[in-house]
Design a binder for this molecule. Structure first.
Ligand SMILES: NC(=O)c1ccc[n+]([C@@H]2O[C@H](COP(=O)([O-])OP(=O)(O)OC[C@H]3O[C@@H](n4cnc5c(N)ncnc54)[C@H](OP(=O)(O)O)[C@@H]3O)[C@@H](O)[C@H]2O)c1
Length: 249
């Protein structure tokens, strides 16, 4: 049987962007606790991330990297390879939010959102794939997108465009690699974090009314889905898995 016809093996070395807090930090903790070697970066290395890396000194590597600085991202990947081995899983989680109607959002802000949430992860993915495939490796990619990319939300026009764009890229990436890389996205509904703290009580109440369970998604409900996409034997490829309690607009 050719290599391509066997399942893509589970991740052994995962790189998670945007890991200083929120969902990124939760994913890093989960993967480390399951024995995966994990590299994690954000612009700020928070005390929580330092604590986590101190608990797993041999299997973790953390650093301060701005994802929009492609050279810094590439240098970090090389550091990770030297310490933990070839990165065979990438989780594109770093992103910035938006809280302004499109007509009130400056051109600079729109560019920054697109650069951070779409251009930078595409470039990091490209670099990672070249390193992995160049060494004959196979791997797993998870892009963290958002329900906003599918359903839209007022005040999140540029943000939604980046998340819908990343969903589309995920489908095409899955088709480019002949089964060498499983590429999927998870699209959470709103969950409590620094990013969503800009939502007012009226907006939260409206989201809750439209969600059958009457409660928001939690990061703890997203983490196991990402874990499954990274660690289980699966033929799920090119999909966006929505985790939003079946909310409606
Ligand atoms: N919260 C929600 O309601 C929600 C819903 C659906 C999807 N999501 C998605 O879930 C993911 C995690 O969001 P979250 O709610 O956990 O957000 P968060 O608490 O704001 O965390 C975002 C993370 O990204 C990092 N980051 C931002 N800009 C960066 C940059 N230029 N370079 C490197 N790292 C950067 C932040 O660290 P630094 O600021 O230190 O760099 C932080 O670690 C994002 O992709 C978000 O779009 C969130």
């Amino acid at each position: 049987m050719s290599d391509e016809l066997t399942p893509v093996p589970p991740a052994t070395v995962a790189l998670v962007s945007g890991a200083s807090r929120g969902l990124g930090l939760a994913m890093v903790a989960d993967l480390l606790e399951r024995g995966v070697r994990v590299a994690a970066f954000a612009r700020t290395v928070t005390p929580e991330l330092v604590d986590l890396s101190a608990r797993f000194p041999e299997t973790s590597h953390v650093g301060s990297v701005d994802i929009t600085d492609a050279a810094a991202g590439q240098a970090f990947v090389r550091e990770v390879e030297a310490k933990l081995g070839v990165v065979d899983a990438l989780v594109n989680n770093a992103a910035i939010g938006q809280d302004s109607l499109h007509v009130h959002t400056s051109a600079d802000r729109i560019e920054r959102i697109v650069e951070t949430n779409l251009t930078a992860p595409l470039l990091l993915t490209r670099f990672w794939l070249r390193r992995l495939l160049g060494k004959g490796g196979r791997g797993r990619l998870v892009n963290v997108t958002s329900i906003c990319g599918q359903r839209g939300y007022p005040g999140l026009v540029a943000y939604s465009a980046t998340k819908g764009g990343l969903d589309a890229a995920t489908r095409s990436l899955a088709r480019e690699f002949s089964g060498r890389v499983l590429a999927n996205a998870v699209a959470p509904g709103f969950f409590a974090s620094e990013m969503s703290a800009v939502l007012g009580q009226n907006q939260l109440d409206a989201i809750l009314r439209r969600t059958p369970s009457g409660r928001l998604t939690t990061p703890e409900e997203v983490v196991p889905v990402v874990r499954m996409l990274l660690l289980e034997d699966t033929n799920i490829n090119g999909q966006t898995i929505v985790i939003d309690g079946a909310g409606s607009v």
